[in-house]
Design a binder for this molecule. Sequence first.
Ligand code: GTP
Ligand code: MG
Length: 416
Amino acid sequence: VDPRTSRQPPDNSPLQIFVKAKKKINDIFGEIEDYVKDAVEYMHEIEKLQDIVEKENVKKSAEFVGKVHGIRDVLSRDHMKVAFFGRTSNGKSSVINAMLRDKILPSGIGHTTNCFLQVEGSPSDEPYLVLEGSTEHCAVESVGQLAHALCKEKLSESQMVRVYWPRNRCLLLRDDVVFVDSPGVDVTPNLDEWIDKHCLDADVFVLVANAESTLMVTEKNFFHKVSTRLSKPNIFILNNRWDASATEPEFLDQVRRQHQERAVDFLVKELKVCTPKEAEERIFFISAKEVLQARLAEQGHTASTPLTEGFQNRYFEFQDFERKFEECISKSAVKTKFEQHSQRGKFIANELREILDDIYNGAQKLKDEKLKQKKDVNDKINYTEEQLIIITQEMKQKIHNMVEDVEQRVSKALNE
Ligand code: GTP
Ligand code: MG
């Protein structure tokens, strides 16, 4: 058991909704692939014997084999994608690291994220990264190296660097969650390009806000743009750096209420992406830095640091966020990704059934015709037999009569 993952509850995570659904739909497509292959083989067989299969239909069915294979291929690469946005230094990279329970992404001073970074699970034991437009695997051992590799390259802020991290080091990566970290929304004029390139297939968006200030126009604008491109995107708002509130306990409740109200208004009234009740499950007050520190210490990577007042509550709230996030992303991904596959699967199954029905009907017709022909022949034979019987009987009678006549004549002649 890997010590880095041993403390995580193994399989009661809501992510299993997606993992199990993926396995099940993959099994179903495995069966469909077998059926389609069998059907095509069968069509080729009877094609040789009888003229009841249309060439066009055989061709169409053979194409289904490739289509089903294609669906299985896409299915194996289907994942749950979460994208993090917010202003520079709000703690986007820190939140991702806290969720991954490891310092994977560079963060902090001198480590401003300057391009899109996608972290996904890799089956190999060694982490590596791949730059956009390249297939070369660059090995990375540590965050330092990763940061160095990212600085060395002249990357534009909308480019994507993929970080492949060993699946066995993190449950979220093992369960097919893909994380996208971004540069601050305040540093780019190219928000539209970002959305087109990196956001359209995201299942969940996380706005990492700074609890020490209020939601900014640049942050709001970005999500306004997102919600014009996607219908009701799933958005979570994390008020990060909530540990800062510990220094001013007298304002804590008041500040929290104010942030909460504004965030609810933003989701419900401005973006209209959820109801007020749903919004309550989407807004959290956390400290990514504390959670990461605590998790690293838990695993013995670093010495534990003194806890700030209220740490436990913030830690619980982070865990609460993680659970709600997992539920939301797995349900959303099952719906958006697998619904398409099952529609296409149903379409293929229906088409194939119609083709097989055609063949069955053709075969039935042929059988009926043959039966009819046989019956006609039989009828003829019966008629001939009957006629023969009649004729033979008549003949018998005639011969009998003739014999009698001859006998009579003979005896008459003899008498005479
Ligand atoms: P860019 O990549 O530059 O856009 O920033 P970012 O949003 O990724 O922020 P990053 O994670 O690099 O964090 C910026 C700084 O804030 C780092 O020094 C973090 O340690 C610190 N930080 C992050 N989260 C918290 C938090 O919850 N509390 C406190 N006190 N500091 C935090
Ligand atoms: Mg960053």
